[in-house]
Design a protein around this ligand. Structure first.
Ligand SMILES: Nc1ncnc2c1ncn2[C@@H]1O[C@H](COP(=O)(O)OP(=O)(O)OP(=O)(O)O)[C@@H](O)[C@H]1O
Length: 327
C-alpha cells in the first residue's frame, strides 16, 4: 500500500479551475517537492493534502485512510499531518519553551532531539517577541514536529530568509528526514532550492502536474521551456551549430532543438576545435563566471570557472554531454 495517495483532486474557486485531476502516490520516507510559478496551485494542493482545503472532486488517502476536508471536520486539519505555512503565527508574550510545551505530544527525550535538530535550544527561555525571523521559522518547525506528525507539509519554508538562515533551514529539513524519520513534502517558488533535497519533483502549471521526475531528470530533460526556465538558465539552439548531425535520434526529434544548460558548454583548448564563439559579456557569479557568447547568429549562455576570459575574446567550445537532449 502507498503511504500517501492523491487521487484525482480537482478544485474550482470563483468559477476558475485551480486544481485539475491531480494524481500521484508517495512512499513513506520519500521526499517530494512541488515546484511551479506563482499561482500554479502549489499551496492549494498542499493544503488539500493536509485536510485544510476542500477538493470538489477526488480524495487523499494517508496510510489507506481518507483525509477529511475542512467542511467535514469541526477543527480543520488531520491529527497525523502537520502543515507549516509561510504565514505561521507564534503567540506573543510566551516563552519559546511554553509554546513548544503546549504543542507537544511527544516524550521529553524526543522533544530534546527535535530541539537539537531545529537548533532552538538556545532560544527556549526567550520570549516570542525577542527572536528573529529565521529563529521564528525554526521554532515553528520544532512546534510542528513535537506534535508527532506522520507527514510534514512545508509551504515555502525558505521564504523571507537570508542565505545563512536559509542554509540552516535546509540542514534542519534534511535532518528531519534522516534522523526523525518524518515523511516530508515541500513547496517552493524557487525550485532551485529543492534540487538537492527532493527524491522527486512535481512541476505544476495552471493546476496541472506538467512534469514529474527526479531532480536531475527535471533539470536536464525538462518537457518544455516553462519547466526548463523554472530551474535556471538554458540554451535552445539548432544542433548544427555544434556540428551535431541534424537527425540524431530519428523522427521524434523532428524540428526539435538542442537543449543545453550553461555548464553543458565546455571551453576547450582551441587546437582542432570546430566551434569558435565570440565573448560578448562576462558576469561574475561567485563560484563561476557567466559568459554571454555569440555563435553563428545565436546568443548562448555558458558558465566557467576560468577567470581569464574577457569580452572580445574568441574561444573554442565543445559539449560536455555525449547524450544530447532535444526539446
Ligand atoms: N480561497 C481562494 N479564493 C479564490 N482564489 C483562490 C483561493 N485560493 C487560491 N486561489 C487562487 O488559486 C490559484 C492558485 O493559488 P495557490 O496559492 O495554490 O498558488 P501557488 O502556486 O501556491 O502560488 P504562490 O507561489 O504565489 O504561493 C491562484 O490564482 C489563487 O489566486
Amino acid at each position: 500500500m502507498n503511504y500517501l495517495q492523491v487521487i484525482g483532486i480537482s478544485k474550482q474557486e470563483n468559477g476558475r479551475q485551480i486544481l485539475s485531476g491531480i494524481h500521484f502516490e508517495m512512499a513513506e520516507g520519500y521526499k517530494i517537492a512541488i515546484a511551479g510559478e506563482t499561482g500554479s496551485g502549489k499551496s492549494t494542493l498542499l493544503k488539500t493534502i493536509g485536510g485544510l482545503s476542500q477538493p470538489d472532486q477526488g480524495e487523499v488517502l494517508l496510510e489507506g485512510e481518507r483525509v477529511e476536508g475542512p467542511l467535514e471536520r469541526l477543527i480543520p486539519g488531520h491529527p497525523k499531518i502537520a502543515y507549516l505555512s509561510q504565514y505561521f503565527e507564534l503567540r506573543n508574550n510566551y516563552r519559546v519553551e511554553e509554546i513548544l510545551e503546549i504543542a507537544s505530544k511527544t516524550e521529553p527525550e524526543n522533544a530534546a532531539r527535535i530541539f537539537e535538530i531545529c537548533q532552538v535550544n538556545h532560544l527556549l527561555k526567550r520570549k516570542t517577541d525577542r527572536i528573529s525571523g529565521g529563529e521564528r521559522q525554526r521554532i515553528a518547525m520544532a512546534r510542528a514536529l513535537v506534535s508527532s506528525p506522520r507527514l510534514l507539509l512545508l509551504d515555502e519554508p525558505f521564504s523571507n530568509l537570508d542565505v545563512i538562515h536559509k542554509n540552516l533551514m535546509k540542514l534542519v529539513i534534511r535532518d528531519i528526514g534522516e534522523h526523525l524519520g518524518v515523511t516530508c513534502m515541500l513547496v517552493s517558488h524557487d525550485p532551485v532550492d529543492t534540487l538537492s533535497w527532493a527524491d522527486e519533483i512535481l512541476v505544476m502549471r495552471d493546476g496541472v502536474i506538467v512534469q514529474r521526475g527526479t531532480p536531475e531528470n527535471i533539470y536536464r530533460r525538462p518537457v518544455n521551456e516553462y519547466v526548463a526556465g523554472l530551474f535556471g538558465k538554458y540554451n535552445l539552439v539548432e544542433p548544427g551549430i555544434f556540428g551535431l548531425p541534424a537527425e540524431i535520434s530519428g523522427a521524434e526529434r523532428e524540428g526539435k532543438k538542442l537543449f543545453l544548460r550553461p555548464e553543458d558548454i565546455l571551453i576547450v583548448n582551441g587546437q582542432g576545435a570546430v566551434t569558435i564563439a565570440l565573448v560578448k559579456r562576462v558576469s561574475f557569479l561567485g563560484t563561476l563566471f557567466e559568459l554571454e557568447l555569440e555563435l553563428a547568429g545565436h546568443t548562448l549562455t555558458a558558465a566557467t570557472p576560468d577567470r581569464n576570459i574577457s569580452p572580445g575574446d574568441s574561444i573554442a567550445l565543445s559539449l560536455i554531454s555525449d547524450q544530447p537532449y532535444y526539446m
